[in-house]
Design a protein. Structure first.
Length: 94
């Protein structure tokens, strides 16, 4: 299971445990659910930050490839640069 799916699952399960625990007066279950939910949210933020950082790297690589490709008349490198820039844009906006 991917990190995103796992985090979504654990956030939902944790939230459900928290609500059920509160509804039946079981503070241990409610606390465990709240902790599971919070951990999933923190992990999701970490995953998003990593993806954003990869996007910045791909954008920088793409810009360099476009510049070098244009300067050396290497259309293949220039095209790879456009591809990496586009990939970086997608990763940063996920």
């Amino acid at each position: 299971m991917t990190d995103r799916l796992s985090n979504t699952y654990n956030e939902a399960v944790g939230g459900t445990k928290e609500k059920i625990g509160k509804a039946v007066g079981n503070e241990r279950l409610a606390g465990h659910g709240a902790a599971q939910k919070a951990e999933a949210q923190a992990n999701q933020q970490r995953v998003e930050a990593e993806t954003h950082a990869k996007g910045l790297g791909h954008q920088a690589e793409g810009k360099a490839q476009k510049i070098v490709g244009a300067a050396t008349d290497d259309h293949s490198m220039e095209a790879r640069g456009h591809g990496n820039t586009a990939l970086g844009d997608v990763e940063r906006n996920v």
